[in-house]
Every structure is written in structure tokens, then in C-alpha cells.
Design a protein around this ligand. Sequence first.
Ligand code: SF4
Length: 96
Amino acid sequence: MSTASGKPDTRTAMRRLIEEARATFPFDAPEAQICADGCDGCSMKLLEFIGQQLDEWEVRLDDGERPDFGDLHRLGRLCRKTFDVLKRNGLVDTPI
Ligand code: SF4
């Protein structure tokens, strides 16, 4: 993924990551579905947190900010950690 100048386009990569996360995580699922018996990690809190991070990055991208590779790595790692917990709790099955 690169721009015409050959520089890696981290803005596009961040947008894609956000899109994938929004398509993967059950942000619209009712609380009754998320709060199952015997949670292994709090899916509710994680969804809230990752949702805030995605919203924040969308605003920053809309403001013209260019994330660096560290930003992409951190958000990607957070998505994977969230995915692992949601998977343990039976709320997702397709990895990002
Ligand atoms: S640990 Fe979190 S996800 Fe589980 S029931 Fe409590 S609030 Fe809901």
C-alpha cells in the first residue's frame, strides 16, 4: 500500500483497520447478548474502549492527521486482544 510518491499510505491503512474492526466487532449487539454467564474478560468494557479508539482515530483522520506505524501497530494489537477476548466469550469468530 503506497502513495504515488512511494510513501506508505498510513492514512489508508488506518481507515481499513477501522473499517475491518467495525465490521468484525458486535458494537450493536444488545447487552443481553454480550453479558453472558461466566465472562472470561469483560467484553462490554472492551467493546466500549475499542469503539472510543475507533471514533477518536476517525476524527483525527478527518482532521488530516497522518498516523505513524506505531499508531497502526497499537490499534492493530488492541483489535487482536479485543478479538481474542470476544472469541473466548463466543461473540466473534472471523479474525481481523
Ligand atoms: S463481565 Fe462485562 S461482559 Fe460480562 S456480564 Fe459483566 S459487564 Fe457484561
